[in-house]
Design a protein around this ligand. Structure first.
Ligand SMILES: [Zn+2]
Length: 189
């Protein structure tokens, strides 16, 4: 039986041992800086997650998340950028910062879940049946026990791989990985 592991996130002003971070400008640059679909303005960088054992991105270097600071009153636009491995380093530290996202470095703690996603489904359990205290934390990987509440159904072809609440976005982001469509953030795609 494979172990189900959650990588719980903590945020700190002190750099961690990964490049994962919220706020500031991105460490690597996308091919084109994203523009808002509504106002066409340059979007603001909110955060970045790099490929690692915690989040396997295959042929991608990192996922980056952007919002439009100008349009956020009307609707939260969240844009996800999947960076190719060859993306250039942002040596000149260019880019648009998000006004509501302080710079914080992400630190990870490995926590073993009491069971894996598929055992949880098979036994038809509810979140309250579990002893785990970490399942509502910001995290990568592991068990996500609130399938069916809302949002896309979790299956082997459509796995949830992360959840986080970042001030720059202002609400929870659930990151899925679909066998058909790749990574996508819910409810923003
Ligand atoms: Zn906009």
């Amino acid at each position: 039986m494979g172990r189900s592991v959650s990588w719980v996130m903590d945020y700190s002003s002190r750099p961690g041992d990964t490049l994962d971070r919220v706020g500031g400008v991105p460490t690597h640059l996308p091919y084109m800086w994203p523009r808002c679909q509504a106002c066409q303005g340059r979007m603001s960088f909110v955060g970045q997650l790099y490929s690692s054992e915690r989040l396997l991105l295959d042929d991608h270097l990192a996922l980056q998340f952007y919002v439009c600071d100008d349009c956020r009153e009307n609707r939260k636009w969240l844009h996800m950028e999947a960076l190719p491995k060859a993306s250039p380093a942002n040596d000149r530290r260019t880019g648009v910062r998000c006004g509501s996202q302080p710079v914080q470095y992400i630190h990870y703690t490995r926590v073993e879940d009491s069971m894996d996603q598929w055992t949880f489904h098979r036994r038809r359990l509810a979140e309250g049946d579990l002893p785990d205290k970490h399942l509502r934390r910001d995290k990568l990987g592991g068990l996500f026990p609130y399938d069916g509440y809302e949002g896309p159904k979790i299956s082997r072809q459509n796995q949830m791989v992360a959840q986080f609440v970042w001030p720059g976005v202002g609400a929870a982001v659930y990151l899925y990985r679909s066998a058909k469509d790749g990574f996508y953030p819910y409810p923003y795609s």
